[in-house]
Design a protein around this ligand. Sequence first.
Ligand SMILES: *Cc1c(COP(=O)(O)O)cnc(C)c1O
Length: 363
Amino acid sequence: MTTDRAVTPRIEARADIALMAGYHSPQLDVRVRLNTNESPVPPPEAFTEAMAAAVRRINWNRYPDRAARELRARIAGLHGVDPGNVFAANGSNEVIQCLLLAFGGPGRAAATFEPTYALHSHLARVTGTALVQGRRRDDLGLDLDEAAVVIGRRRPAVTFLCSPNNPTGMTDDPGAVAVVLDRVAEVGGLLCVDEAYGQFSPHTALDLAGPDVPLAVTRTYSKTWAMAGARLGYLIGPEWVVAELDKVALPYHLDAMTQAAGVAALDHVEEMNRRVADLVAERSRLCAGLARLPVKVWPSGANFVLFRPAPVPGAEVWRRLVDRSVLVRDCSSWPGLEGCLRVTVGTPDENDTFLQALEEILA
Ligand SMILES: *Cc1c(COP(=O)(O)O)cnc(C)c1O
């Protein structure tokens, strides 16, 4: 007598969620991991020591400081803004999700210019925000005419730029960002510039910020700060933006350890700047190595490089690199990036291993 129960329908997810593929980036066990743009080396030893001491001081029976005051004050100091201009969360992905919860949602739209970071459109969908996807030019640069049309006609509540752009590595010209900001302001929207790789680039949209400017710039500890394991990101924006984000974030979303890690890391700014300079130098060497092979390389302002192998298709090159225990990101099936792969700048040894393997595959 199981029939009655067997026909009980199972609850289905929201139709738009059920149709989604989700976020996929294979985490394979390989020797050389150059697929997720992490720092190739751990944070400084002194940071790890300070962090261990900070963990011993945590009051585990108490909720953490809900407003993350010390962390926000330190981040504000780093950027020369007020603590009220800073919002921090579990990775810049959570920052962006909060931004869309507060300023997007049903009846509103978010605009992206593809190809760009997939989480912007993914989080728009998850938050029930209509998505308007403009295109970049064939050379993958920002198309200002397209931007004017998309923003002017569709009047998105939130417009995303990503500079340096992931996965292309290309940096948007500061003048172009200013033009997009003007268009966004004209339609009463908000511009979010994702600067996850901002430290690797000579430009920042923070130069355009101001109390009445509808601009939010997101940054992360995951890349430059060698702290992808901690999950910490933040936004610099006008107080009226930060105040709304504080309403949609879960209470105590930022745990005590993460807050402590974010504060401790900021005691090592000089060391981090040296590492960024080393990675930028290593990026030049990696690009020079790629230039000697039959691949097309895009100019990078980040800690990764987009390239398209010529004689062997990208997806096949990706598999043969994995056979040699080298993991890069396969972008070959992404619209606009046919045949392309993305490699993170690693240690000199890792980069040599990658270049050597690629040379063999393309020989
Ligand atoms: C890696 C990356 C992030 C970082 O996300 P976190 O959640 O902070 O780890 C954000 N934006 C872009 C474009 C990225 O590539």
